[in-house]
Design a protein around this ligand. Sequence first.
Ligand SMILES: [Zn+2]
Length: 349
Amino acid sequence: MMDDKKAQLTFKEQAEALHENNLVADAHFDLLDLVLAKRLKGENRVIEKDYLPGLRAGGVDLVISSLFVENEFLPEMGLRRTLDQISALYSEMDESPGLFSLCRNTEEIRQARQRGELAIVLSFEGLDPIGNDLSLLRIFYELGVRGVGLTWSRRNYAADGCLFDEEEEGRKGGLTSFGIRVIQEAVQLGMYLDISHLNDEGVEDLLEFYNGPVMASHSNCRNLAPVMRNLTDDQIRSLASRGGVMGMNVCSAFVGDSDKNMMSEKDLAYHVDHIRNLVGMDHVGFGFDFCDELTDFSQPGAERFCDCIKGHSRCVDLTAELLARGYTEEDAVKVMGGNLLRFLKDTVK
Ligand SMILES: [Zn+2]
């Protein structure tokens, strides 16, 4: 008993040291959606006060913030809401100088980290903000956006999203001709493509029309948790064969079907194991999608969507669990952020 406890502590300490000394990156966080909502209520320095302490406690150096628009704002307010999120980030950077910065490439990420600042990269979670206007993609590139998740879990001009569960619906589609033009333009500009939330038809189309590396920023293994938001083994092999990366998502519905309130980093570690067994260590990372703050747990069924790790401050627990399972420090460093950084180096201009 004592020995077990001591060993556990050692893995935790080992993980903490790794997080302190290596890049730790989260490929998906709805940061700016949260920040904008609070700023509209009159708050400021929201990142500094509400998020940076937890990120720092977890040793996180890089966060990819989604640009996500709630259904209630679509379609008319999608563009404005997204511009407001980006504007909010610029305001927050002015209010909290020297603490975090918007990064447009891996060199800027390196410099931010060297200055001790949190690096923030921007990515669409659904192309709803650009509607069917391809020229707006260029504008968002100029504003600093570097990731293109074609859809959230709904249909837009580019593609069909995937629903969380099977639902009564008409026939699904893959990418539209607009969607295909978007991927060509995005790649040309130097933006990466994110397949999380695309339906299977869309993933298949995207991989057919684009040969380079893709990210699945916050998707787990469908083999272990059979929901459509997770990737099939074949999709994981395709992603790996072209140098892609997938981020492990803490949302209990995508982790497994044991008691949601009993889930932990151990359950998520099985997904890392599965990916390692399928394709090795170079294609898995963090993409936590911490959502407890956004979830209304008074709604029926909402507990399915609780986070199995409670916030960035605890993300070191997943690294400790990997070490306890026999992963080497080199493996852990890849998962913590090394693989994601390599992917960004290969894709972003
Ligand atoms: Zn999402």
